[in-house]
Design a protein around this ligand. Structure first.
Ligand SMILES: [Zn+2]
Length: 583
């Protein structure tokens, strides 16, 4: 690979093997003193390296690229659930699992778990009435709207409009934006993100004691806003888009919502959800407030205090959504490697990556296919490579390992959500979920980012494995983007299972210091959830291999460890896990 230096080679296993040889030549003390604190430590690292070597060598840039090229090809049509793209993807992934020697992951003898989904195409209209003036919003430039209700028409006529600030009810922070205001049947306007409460000692910073300071909590996520709106009985919930707290520009909202969306096809037809879920642009919101003689900026400011009370606007809102609904079965694809130890083999470490992406948008000029090469053909390729690596272990791991490509992640983590609600093997026998969503295609890195925020002891294992690769594990550099809540592993965490999700490193070996960040920012701005997320000949997948090897090693440690990983004290998921393990 280009741009590599001898520095990166220090950690290769060939070098470790050579170290072992030198140790046998009785110069280990010298090496031990230089590289490790003790000779026994060297020995342990060495042993592990030798044991894992055949498995690690099975993970290659070419292997990853070959899978990505297939899954992200135009033939796969952007892999939307329920399309030909699904058929092809499910077949390809099951075939690969079979080929590397995995057994069917479903106890029914198949490589799939059926996930009942409903595809919903929405044709929404929205208008605000102020006095005798009605303003129609333009779709999808001004707004997007859809409903989780599996019914053909949703109509909300002349409903009262109430601004509910951040729309957060968080007893642990003594915070309740709704207070005693009845929003039943009303249209509520909500700010995106956590309330950014300033630190009383230094107002230029956020208060670490409120909503985890700069980091995003679940209260900041749009999914939460709609969930609490439903609990409060609101008819329509409109989120006001702002790029920074949302963590992405309007373009992403627009292309994510103005297409077929998906819900789990639950027996209650999701009638417990809010009737209309919508986003509007900041400009539209500001104009609406101004037309109602309200100062948006002042109200937004007032929403950052516990004393905030909902504010009724002098407007009425109409929302009408016509929906085309098609119920169908989608699939999680699951392969299994059986553990070797009769005491532990009914325990399952899980690797996940979503296979779905945004499909094809025939209304677009030019390229219509959202190939999703990075997001997440690359993650699925990694899961296939994990599987190939695990099958090379001799002896096999003590615990069993499941390799799962989930469906409908882009639609709200639905495949993972369904598995967590209907696990094929009990969650209390599931020590961990290790998730991968988008690899680093820009070369090996000195660093890596811990997106799971040292929430569990899995992050410690990750740190140790990183040290063996002579890499530095950095804390999440963008906790405000809430990445933890935006990937499949969150559904496992919510259900209590400790999770690991790694973010790309950005300190690329052999490149200028800002190169990695530049590449990452460019990807988010130009290619994330766009048709241009395609295979790029300039990729250097050596960094992806480095990360896949790292997560392989963590999974290996969990599959052979003396005990299960645990949530750390203060983690919001710990109580759930403890309760589950008591059974
Ligand atoms: Zn993704």
């Amino acid at each position: 690979m280009t741009g590599e230096t001898s520095h990166s080679d220090v950690a290769t296993f060939a070098t470790l093997r050579e170290r072992r040889y030198r140790k046998d030549m009785k110069i280990s003390r010298w090496f031990g003193a230089l590289l490790f604190t003790s000779a026994s430590c060297l020995f342990a690292a060495d042993e592990l390296a030798l044991r894992l070597q055949p498995a690690l060598e099975a993970i290659t840039p070419d292997g990853l690229l070959a899978h990505i090229k297939v899954l992200a090809s135009d033939e796969y049509e952007g892999r939307a659930p329920g399309t030909r793209g699904e058929e092809l993807s499910v077949k390809y992934i099951s075939d690969q699992f079979k080929q590397v020697g995995l057994k069917p992951g479903n106890p029914d003898g198949t490589y799939t778990q059926e996930v009942p989904l409903a595809g919903i195409k929405s044709d929404p209209r929205m208008s605000f009435i102020i006095g005798d003036k009605t303003t129609e919003l333009k779709y999808p430039d001004d707004f997007v709207a859809s409903s989780a209700h599996l019914q053909p028409e949703i109509k909300i006529d002349k409903s009262d409009v109430v601004f509910v600030g951040y729309g957060v009810v968080a007893p642990e922070y003594g915070w309740d934006d709704y207070k005693d205001v009845d929003v039943r049947g009303k249209t509520i306007l909500i700010l995106i993100g956590d309330p950014p409460v300033p630190d009383p000692k230094d107002p230029s910073k956020l208060d670490d004691k409120m909503f985890k300071g700069k980091a995003m909590t679940y209260y900041g996520r749009w999914t939460y806003k709609y969930e609490i709106a439903a609990q409060k009985g609101a008819a329509a919930a409109i989120i006001i888009h702002e790029t920074e707290p949302a963590a992405y520009p309007w373009q992403v909202v627009r292309s994510s919502w103005a297409r077929e969306n998906f819900e789990l096809d639950n027996p209650n037809k999701n009638m417990d959800a809010v009737s209309a879920r919508s986003w509007i642009t900041l400009d539209v919101a500001k104009k609406l407030f101004a037309d109602c003689r309200q100062d948006f900026d002042a109200l937004k400011k007032s929403a950052v205090t516990k004393d905030f009370r909902p504010v009724a606007l002098s407007a009425k809102a109409n929302t009408e959504i016509k929906q085309q609904i098609r119920a169908f079965k989608s699939h999680n694809v699951i392969g299994k490697l059986e553990g070797d130890d009769p005491k532990f083999h009914d325990e399952y470490v899980i690797y996940t990556a979503h296979w779905d992406h945004l499909g094809r948008h025939p209304e677009l000029q030019g390229d219509q296919i959202f190939n999703g090469a990075i997001d997440n053909a690359s993650g699925v390729a990694s899961v296939i490579e994990f599987a190939a690596a695990f099958t090379k272990l001799n002896p096999p791991p003590k615990r069993s390992v499941l390799f799962m490509a989930t469906t409908a992640e882009e639609a709200g983590l639905l495949g993972a959500k369904f598995y967590a609600a209907h696990p094929l093997y009990p969650l209390e026998k599931t020590p961990a979920d290790i998730n991968i969503d988008g690899v680093n295609p820009w070369g090996k890195t000195h660093d890596l980012e811990d997106l799971t925020n040292r929430n569990s002891t899995l992050d410690d294992l990750l740190g140790e494995a990183a040290a063996r690769q002579e890499r530095v594990m950095k804390p999440n550099t963008e906790p405000e983007k809430g990445g933890f809540y935006r990937v499949d592993s969150f559904e496992f965490a919510k259900a209590g299972v400790p999770v690991l999700h790694l973010a790309r490193g950005i300190d690329i070996i052999g490149k200028p210091p800002d190169y990695g960040k530049q590449k990452r920012d460019e990807f988010v701005a130009k290619h994330y959830h766009q048709p241009s997320d395609e295979v790029d000949p300039s990729w250097d997948l050596s960094g992806a291999v480095q990360d896949v090897q790292l997560l392989f090693e963590v999974g290996y440690q969990v599959a052979n460890g003396d005990k299960f990983p645990e949530w750390k004290a203060g983690s919001e998921f710990r109580a759930k896990r403890e309760e589950m393990l008591k059974k």
